[in-house]
Design a protein around this ligand. Structure first.
Ligand SMILES: *Cc1c(COP(=O)(O)O)cnc(C)c1O
Length: 398
């Protein structure tokens, strides 16, 4: 089983029964072309060299693997390491994928870029690479998210991107994706859609995963150098699942490495008050892919809630649905209250303000680390920094 894990998806983008290509007819050929172009780029040393150079000199890789000594001591159990993706340019892991995709767009001869964004971190990463490569940039963002993440809206606009408010439905990420898809259907000839997570139609879940694998590849080498052995546990928060799969994927074949993905528990597992797809969700199709999602008895997509805009989405990436189905990765959730407590603890013991998304992973570690022996090793993906969340956290914590 473990050998098979790193070869999914198949040629049509299926991870077991999950994934695939559920898109309007007009997008089928462009997506197949994208898959072919990606396959060529992946195997082209010139593409990889250009990407490596940007990741190193522009984005700031490799990121440190930092031993959180005071936090570990406070919890009194496992030794906890933080993979510092928050130190990347623009403040989150999203830049890894944005850089990979803009290089791909350039190869495809596209001149215009569109993207959706929830917390605004992916919008910022996309606006950043568009400025860097001189491309027109349109970001679709829910009006509600624009309000709670106004700092990121300003950052995008300052870099020359056009931010389009989406007021339909819940006015958050799902509606922003709908608008981006609508744009793409009409403009695909000259537009590339930089999708921001390991979600959507094939080849996006695979491609986005591959662009984030660098996190896990580095972490693996770093822990071997520091500790001389592999970690016992990997922990990451899961929205669409890109930072989590980026850390997990290079360890999937290591049977002794346990992995836990942490979803948004919101106010608790009550319909419409959370975004934990594996808690009360079901199998369905949303925005290009077949996966676990939150829907009511009639199949209508349910409203979601999370304190963090970046995890507030009704579907999970199809590879996570697959990894859950075969029991390779475990999934749990953290509530808003637990998230704020995690945020506060990391801030006051380590001097690191995590993003509220990231604080979901922190919250789970607070529960599990004390139960583990002091000889065990945990790596947490510190997916982003909390500057964007200072106002919201202050409201609750000060
Ligand atoms: C966007 C975001 C997430 C959630 O997205 P994934 O694709 O699940 O990684 C998590 N953390 C931060 C800091 C983000 O910006």
């Amino acid at each position: 089983m473990l050998e098979l894990l790193t070869t999914v998806p198949d040629a049509t983008g299926h991870f077991g029964e999950f994934g695939g290509m559920f898109v309007p007819e007009t997008l089928m050929t462009p997506l197949q072309d994208l898959a072919i172009a990606y396959e060529k780029a992946k195997n082209d040393p010139a593409f990889q060299a250009e990407l490596d150079d940007l990741l190193h000199n522009y984005a700031g890789r490799p990121t440190p693997l930092y031993f959180a000594e005071r936090w570990s001591g406070l919890l009194g159990g496992a030794k906890i390491y933080l993979k510092r993706e928050d130190l990347l340019h623009t403040g989150a892991h999203k830049i890894n994928n944005a850089l990979g995709q803009i290089l791909l767009a350039k190869r495809l001869g596209k001149t215009r870029i569109i993207a959706e964004t929830g917390a605004g971190q992916h919008g910022v990463a996309t606006a950043t690479v568009c400025a860097r490569f001189g491309m027109e940039c349109i970001i679709y963002m829910g009006a509600v998210d624009m309000e709670r993440q106004s700092l990121n809206v300003a950052r995008m606009r300052l870099m020359g991107a056009k931010v389009v408010p989406v007021t339909a439905g819940q006015a958050t990420l799902k509606e922003a994706v709908n608008e981006a898809m609508r744009d793409w259907v009409a403009s695909v000839e000259y537009t590339h859609y930089i999708l921001g997570s390991a979600l959507g139609s094939h080849p996006f879940p695979m491609m986005v995963r591959d662009f984030h694998r660098v996190t896990g590849v580095e972490a693996r080498a770093q822990i071997l150098e520091k500790e001389g052995r592999l970690p016992d546990l990997l922990v990451a928060c899961v929205g669409g699942g890109s930072n989590a799969i980026g850390l997990f994927h290079p360890f999937l074949r290591d049977a002794d490495v346990r992995m836990v993905g942490v979803e948004a528990g919101g106010d608790g597992i009550v319909p419409e008050r959370h975004a934990a797809r594996f808690q009360g969700g079901k199998l369905g199709v949303l925005q290009g892919t077949k996966t676990w999602l939150l829907a009511n008895a009639d199949g209508q997509i349910e409203l979601t809630h999370s304190i963090s805009a970046g995890l507030d989405y009704a579907a999970i990436g199809p590879e996570h649905a697959y990894l859950q189905s075969i029991g390779r990765v475990e999934y749990t959730y953290a509530t808003d209250t637990e998230v704020l407590a995690g945020f506060k603890t990391l801030a006051t013991t380590e001097g690191i303000l995590p993003a509220l998304e990231t604080a979901h992973a922190i919250a789970y570690v607070q529960k599990i680390a004390p139960l583990l022996p002091t000889s065990s090793l945990i790596i947490v993906n510190l997916s982003g920094r909390g500057d964007k969340d200072v106002e919201q956290a202050s409201k609750y914590l000060l």
